[in-house]
Design a protein around this ligand. Sequence first.
Ligand code: GLY
Ligand code: MN
Ligand code: MN
Length: 435
Amino acid sequence: MIKQKEYAKRRTQLMEIAGQGGVIILRSATQKFRNNDASYPYRQDSDFLYLSGLNEPESMIVLLPEGDQGRSLLFCRERDSHREMWDGGMVGLEGAVEQFGFDEAYPINEMKKRLPRLLHGCERVHYDLGKDPEFDHLLIGWMNEFRAKTRKKYQAPDEIIALNHSLHEMRLFKSRTEIAAMRKSARVAASAHRRAMRVCEPGMNEAEIHAELLYTFIRNQCEASYIPIVGGGANACVLHYIGNRDELKDGDMLLIDAGAEYDGYASDITRTFPVNGTFSGPQRDLYQVVLAAQLKAIDEVREGNPWGQVHETAVQVATAGMIDLGIIKGGLDEALDEEYFNDYYVHNTGHWLGLDVHDVGEYEIDGHSRVLEPGMVLTVEPGIYIPPSATAVDEKWRGMGIRIEDNVVVTRKEADVLTTDICKTVDEIEALMAS
Ligand code: GLY
Ligand code: MN
Ligand code: MN
């Protein structure tokens, strides 16, 4: 678990970046309803979670960078025994200070009374517009009101600065404790994939495999970090397939993209394997191409390499492999220059990973691919998809979709792969499925 000290340190660091004269405001995520009276499980806004660890709706963080340490305030719900009887324990004002380390806590229903006073005397509001339109409206209203007043007692803020650049830059670099949480979420996800490989057999339904994945997540106190993709046969070529209701057929492959979330941190793993436990010749050949691309790309995950090099390397290896198999025509240089691979290699080779599956942080700086630095965590996930409609290629390849995805930490030495608990070579997969 991430400790309160670390959350407090993050708040202090953000206040230092914002500087004197700024006020930082973050709103919690709103509770969403699935339909009448039935709510979705509550998931806190990742920026809010990063700065507090608090998983309650109707809360607001206000950070005032003043003095040595700054002041951190939480507006939240007051404890209410009637409400707690329906919805369970609440943190309340005392808990905000004692358990969550805020300097001061106030009832959220006093926000409209107290916040304008806190804004007075500040020059800038550091806040992300667009996430909470109702509050955006309030804030802009207050700022306009202050500006209109001729006899100002205090200076009032007249500038809203997006928080996301500073905060997302902090979130991009993971601490030791964050990496420990991500390792745990990767282990749980890997164990779910192992279970899925073991139980899979022809005639099962994708839904049964989906259920096996959730079984492992939930009993390990995790949830799915996104809806798992369980795509048998040509469903693997639908990149965001979440229907998960078709029969798994003998002779087809199954692509599973499923990650767990532990303590807010995501893992994101994909494996592709034969439903019957044995790769056919063409399946093995195409699988080896994706695996070679992935291994070479992981090798590029090292301090000082541009992020884009990971993708370029994977594309080069995959393109060369597809030429060898006759899926793409022409020489390697021509195929790369003309981007012939684009028909079958349709997505980037990875993304940052953290509290969000597609985590925050810039990928380019001044128009150039960002250089990898220790503490960054990314996925490496090449994929080749040959839909049934791909009449330009030999029939034997059609309907195959293969992706292999691992989670990798950039370190001072070689890459630290968090997802090694689930195998990926042809022999290892066949052995696991036979066990
Ligand atoms: N599971 C989403 C992704 O791989 O990006
Ligand atoms: Mn991914
Ligand atoms: Mn994925």
